[in-house]
Write a protein that binds this ligand. Structure first.
Ligand SMILES: [Zn+2]
Length: 237
């Protein structure tokens, strides 16, 4: 690795760039945006679920309405029998039919009461979710504004660092650059680190693990090696 110094200078600037991006990402505005987005999505889900449940309730109401028509018809039939009855015998068969009708009316009534209370619950849930959704959208938009301001403030520094990196990139050999990019894409910062030597023990100053004898030989021979644990490039100081 004959351009290690340039690589290390590049790394230093790249870390500054990463810190600038991290500061934006970890900003309060970014946090607020994420929280508002999550709460908005959860409220939206509730609204959709309410709509689905409302469809089911409408269907139940429609069925109940058909049932009511049947009950009214049956009652009219029974009324006709009562009106045309000439003796008690004509009426005696009516009792079981009236009992059956009564039980049907009771079950109909129960169904309607259940539908009503479920409807009321749904309406409340729907309204609450809508109001949360609206609130979260406003919070999100306000946080987005704050975030845009932060980004704008950080932009000159970011542009400067990016320009420096671009200029240096041409001076580093592609193979070294590829190693650097691979490691940093796995968030291994810094990707290139000096060997740590304490009491003749060689270790990676990135993850702290000791180097194997074979790896120490590679380091002494080539001036660098790859940590067998964290994959970082370890260079000789
Ligand atoms: Zn390591």
């Amino acid at each position: 690795m004959n351009n290690l110094d340039t690589m290390l200078a590049y790394q230093e600037i790249d870390i500054k760039l990463k810190r600038a991006f991290d500061a934006l990402e970890k900003s309060e505005a970014s946090d607020k945006m994420e929280q508002a987005r999550n709460k908005f999505n959860s409220a939206k889900k509730t609204v959709l679920e309410c709509e689905k449940s409302a469809e089911a309730i409408i269907k139940t109401f429609e069925q109940a309405s058909d049932q009511l028509t049947e009950l009214i018809q049956k009652l009219a039939e029974l009324q006709l029998i009562v009106d045309n009855a000439e003796s008690d015998d004509d009426l005696s068969g009516l009792v079981p039919q009236l009992e059956a009708l009564k039980s049907k009316v009771s079950s109909f009534e129960r169904k309607i009461v259940e539908c009503k209370s479920e409807s009321e619950r749904l309406v409340k849930e729907y309204q609450d979710a809508n109001s949360i959704g609206l609130k979260m959208r406003n919070i999100y938009n306000a946080a987005k504004g704050e975030f845009a301001e932060l980004s704008k403030a950080a932009e000159p520094e970011i542009t400067k660092l990016k320009g420096q990196l671009k200029e240096m990139e041409g001076k580093i050999d592609p193979e070294t650059m590829k190693i650097y990019k691979t490691l940093t894409s796995d968030n291994l910062y810094p990707a290139f680190m000096p060997v740590r030597i304490t009491d003749k023990t060689y270790s990676c100053s990135g993850c702290g693990m000791m180097l194997s004898q074979k790896n120490i030989s590679t380091l002494n021979e080539n001036g660098f090696c790859h940590c067998e644990t964290c994959r970082r490039v370890i260079y000789k100081v």
